[in-house]
Design a protein around this ligand. Structure first.
Ligand SMILES: Cc1ncc(COP(=O)(O)O)c(C=O)c1O
Length: 388
């Protein structure tokens, strides 16, 4: 059972998460030791079957326990199950709650590999998948749910184009109908959005992004308050053999300590750059709920206490080779498919939506890192000359 201290600020709670865990060493260190181990020794035969502690290393040892406790602090959860990647966290959560014959409702703004999992894996195991438009109103979303619907997967803001949905309203309507809600909370990082406080049942994160923060480790988490969901997650973890290494859990805990400082600093730079980009002649719109011009700004302002440093540019129509040249001309932005690390990145954004194309112009996603924002503005200014 995790001891939480909700009266303290998040930064304080994260800095002190798992305090005392280092006391198991001969000399107490600030950071807990990394515990490696597959075999766990029992004192007697009965101890081999203990239900209240790990009996095999795959279930996670001290390092995983310390990091999971820190994640509970972050998300306001009672239990956190760790996974080897963010994608594994989403798929592991879905595998924990779905049965053959069920229907899953999924936003069509979902992270694309999750859509692949729904289409290739879930349907093979007899689960039907229904997509709802990322901009749909809560009643419209629930109206799409047949009686067989067991779960609803949210992502708000959605991947690539950052549409917001009214999460508390959807969670309430779903709960009234006995439908479980799960959300990919990677954009809010558990720091500026707390899904469990808004009535969502399971908050999922790709910790690979902001929590780990250094672009060198894959991890994922599913955080819950409900004991029945905790039991389902644990059961599936044991049955399917999910699990993470002590080293990776250690890196996750280390990232967690500095998450608020990195996240807010990157967000301040992102807002400055996004505001400037709104005035750039090559840019039609900036898709970023932190901007008043974004259609999701009202919901974001109501439910979030901040933004991360990921947004997308909807450019005025331009020849494809010029857009490629603009991206390749950036010297401080790496071309790479991730975000949440310390470094700035750029990729073309190609959202898959059920309906019509998202926009007439090309979409370019920017992740703002810890570099000085003025240097990043100058870099974009230079590289985007080709679009003028
Ligand atoms: C919104 C979102 N969820 C989940 C993931 C998957 O995370 P991972 O790369 O750790 O599997 C990503 C990765 O880009 C993502 O953007």
């Amino acid at each position: 059972m995790t001891v939480r201290r909700p009266n303290l600020a998040t930064e304080t709670r994260l800095a002190h998460a798992a305090a005392g865990a280092g006391a198991t060493l001969p000399a107490e260190t600030v950071a807990p030791a990394i515990q490696r181990g597959s075999t766990v020794l029992a004192a007697d035969v009965q101890g081999l079957y203990a239900a209240d502690k790990p009996t095999y290393g795959r279930q996670g040892l001290a390092s995983q326990k310390a990091f999971a406790a820190g994640m509970c602090e972050l998300e306001g959860a009672e239990f956190c199950q760790l996974y080897g990647s963010g994608l594994a966290a989403v798929t592991g959560a879905l595998m924990s709650v779905l049965h053959a014959g069920d229907t899953l409702l999924v936003t069509d703004g979902v992270y694309d590999p999750v859509r692949n999992f729904c289409e290739s894996f879930l349907t093979r195991f007899g689960v039907s998948v229904v997509y709802y438009p990322a901009t749909a109103a809560p009643e419209e979303i629930l109206a799409l749910a047949p009686p067989s619907t067991r779960a609803l997967l949210l992502e708000s803001p959605s991947s690539l184009t950052f549409e917001m949905v009214d999460v508390p309203a959807v969670a309430k309507l779903a709960r009234d109908r006995g439908i479980l809600t799960l959300i990919d909370n990677t954009w809010g990082a558990g720091l500026v959005f707390k899904p469990l406080d808004h009535g969502v049942d399971m908050s999922i994160q790709a910790l690979t992004k902001y929590v780990c923060g250094h672009s060198d480790v894959f991890l994922g988490s599913v955080c819950v308050r409900d004991a029945k969901l905790e039991a389902l997650l644990k059961r599936t973890m044991i049955d399917a053999g999910f699990g993470v290494s002590g080293e990776d859990a250690y890196l996750g805990l280390r990232g967690l300590r500095t998450l608020p400082a990195r996240f807010h600093s990157q967000a301040a730079s992102a807002l400055k750059i996004a505001r400037w980009l709104e005035t750039h002649p090559a840019v039609a719109r900036v898709l970023y709920p932190a901007l008043p011009s974004d259609p999701g700004h009202g919901l974001w302002q109501r439910d979030f206490t901040g933004a991360c440093s990921l947004f997308t540019l909807d450019l005025h129509p331009a020849p494809a080779d010029k857009v490629v040249a603009a991206m390749e001309g950036l010297s401080l932005f790496g071309l790479g498919f991730s975000w949440g690390g310390f470094e700035s990145l750029v990729v073309p954004a190609k959202p898959r939506r059920a309906g019509k194309p998202f926009s007439s112009g090309p979409l370019v996603r920017l992740h703002i890192g810890l570099e000085n924002p003025d240097d990043l503005v100058a870099d974009i200014e230079d590289a985007f000359q080709v679009l003028r």
